[in-house]
Design a protein around this ligand. Structure first.
Ligand code: URP
Ligand code: ZN
Ligand code: ZN
Length: 462
């Protein structure tokens, strides 16, 4: 299996030039100009197209028992959707409930992916309790090549942990060189405000964002930052949505707290008016933290541009509009939280970020691929185009024009939050470790070929 990609505009986080990429087996072995193809090699003409490193989504949910139901995708459907959209590596949140042990949870999540996924994958290990058995199990999970954790300050009773559990998790993470990813919202404020809203007769989807205003998220970030400062652990704030929360993270970073920030394609492009659509349509847009006022969008775009925000993820969490979102028809606190977007993240970020002049090409690659690889111990195997890196490549056609529709998507969910949105450019050919998995935008990969990516801890004390 050898592949020569010719005359593409090869863009990484720090370079941009026209040339050829030569892949032997699963690996990139040469990059240069006027490379000759040996007999038997497949030659792909990338003239007029970009060649990007495979994109990495550092925050997805595939197997997710949550709010009395299950997210709709499986690794078979999610990995196809990811690849069609140019994402070649998934980092899934492994979220056992508080009644499960960490190791059991890790093995369960692994069993959902191994032998099923068409793209490579790894996990952020959810620490949803910290009891006497947890520490040795987490050490074992890190030994098995999984050196990143996930904690929730919200969802008490499901995944949320208390402050002593938070402290113990961060202490262990610091010792092991593990990075802790965190959902930051103040659970008590949410619960009290939701009770008040429901009592006042506010039951529809708009109650969701009313119960979780920006200060609720900012308080969560502030809280995490205090614990990170006192333990010295490396932290990563997932799905940051607003200026108030970013200000808390930046203030902490200035004090020397080790913190990276992720935002989502949803927060960059959608806003709370979507969650206010009539006839319960707003439920399609219920997620946590909630969609915000539009004033936050330039703050997030500029944060990406200036390196204050490190990554753009999806927090992909698909729940059907017809059968699952209505669990909360009379009570917004019961609407399954999540907005699917795994398939469209890269194409949307290119169209509304790069083409719109908000991000340059190198920053686009950096925030959608390279930074995640660096933060989570995948670099330089993933996240760049260099000899020795996995041959995960996206040939991206900037001339493509299309419209997003649930009718044609691979994600196993009955709606698209971006229905009718125009695309100017798309991933047209995608390789996973040297094998073509998408051609002309159509999936042609191999289910089950995706590998679990073993990683080393990369956040040892400095
Ligand atoms: O609404 C969301 N974000 N659903 C998925 C679970 C989470 O909080 O990441
Ligand atoms: Zn979350
Ligand atoms: Zn999530």
């Amino acid at each position: 299996m050898s592949l020569l990609i010719k005359n593409g505009r090869i863009v990484t986080a720090d370079s941009d030039w026209v040339g050829d990429v030569w892949c032997e087996g699963e690996t990139i072995t040469r990059i240069g100009r006027d490379l000759e193809a040996p007999p038997g090699a497949e030659v792909i003409d990338a003239t007029g197209k970009f060649v990007f490193p495979g994109f990495i989504d550092p925050h997805v949910h595939v197997y997710l028992p949550f709010m009395g139901t299950f997210a709709k995708d499986t690794y078979e459907t999610a990995s196809q959707a990811a690849l069609v959209g140019g994402t070649t590596t998934l980092i899934e949140m492994c979220c056992p409930s508080r009644s499960d042990d960490a190791l059991e949870g890790f093995e369960l999540w692994m069993s959902q992916a191994v032998g099923k996924s068409a793209c490579d994958f790894t996990f952020h290990m959810g620490v949803t309790k910290f009891d006497d058995a947890t520490e040795s199990q987490l050490r074992e999970i890190v030994r098995r090549g999984n050196p990143s954790f996930k904690i929730f300050l919200a969802y008490k009773g499901a995944f949320g942990i208390d402050d002593s559990e938070l402290y113990r998790t961060l202490k262990l993470a610091k010792e092991l060189g593990v990075i802790v990813t965190a959902h930051c919202e103040n659970e008590t404020l949410i619960a009290e405000r939701a009770k008040e809203l429901l009592a006042a007769g506010v039951t529809g989807p708009e109650g969701h964002h009313e119960s979780r205003p920006p200060r609720v998220e900012a308080e969560g970030v502030h809280h995490l930052m205090t614990f990170a400062e006192l333990t010295g652990a490396a932290t990563y704030i997932v799905h940051l949505s607003c200026q108030e929360a970013l200000a808390e993270a930046l203030a902490a970073r200035q004090r020397g707290v080790r913190v990276s920030v992720e935002t989502l394609i949803q927060y960059l492009l959608l806003d709370k008016s979507d969650a206010e659509r009539v006839n319960f349509e707003g439920a399609k847009f219920v997620m946590s933290p909630p969609l915000r006022d539009r004033r936050n969008q330039p703050v997030l775009w500029n944060g990406l541009r200036d390196g204050l925000v490190q990554t753009v993820a999806t927090d992909h969490a698909p729940f059907d509009f017809q059968t699952q979102k209505p669990m909360g028809r009379d009570d917004f606190t019961r609407i399954p939280n999540g907005i699917p977007s795994l398939e469209e993240r890269v194409n949307l970020l290119y169209t509304y970020g790069v083409k719109a002049g908000k991000l340059d090409l190198n920053t686009f690659v950096n925030v959608a691929s390279t930074q995640a690889a660096r933060l989570f111990g995948l670099f330089p195997r993933k996240g760049t185009i260099a000899p020795g890196s996995d041959a995960d490549l996206v040939i991206f056609d900037p001339e493509y024009r299309g419209t997003i529709s649930a009718a044609t998507q691979k994600m196993n969910v009955d709606y698209s939050a971006f229905e009718g949105w125009k695309l100017e450019g798309r991933a047209s050919l995608v390789t996973v470790r040297g094998q073509v998995a998408v051609r002309d935008g159509q999936f042609g990969g191999t289910l089950g070929r995706g590998q679990y990516l073993q990683r080393e801890p990369t956040h040892r004390a400095v």
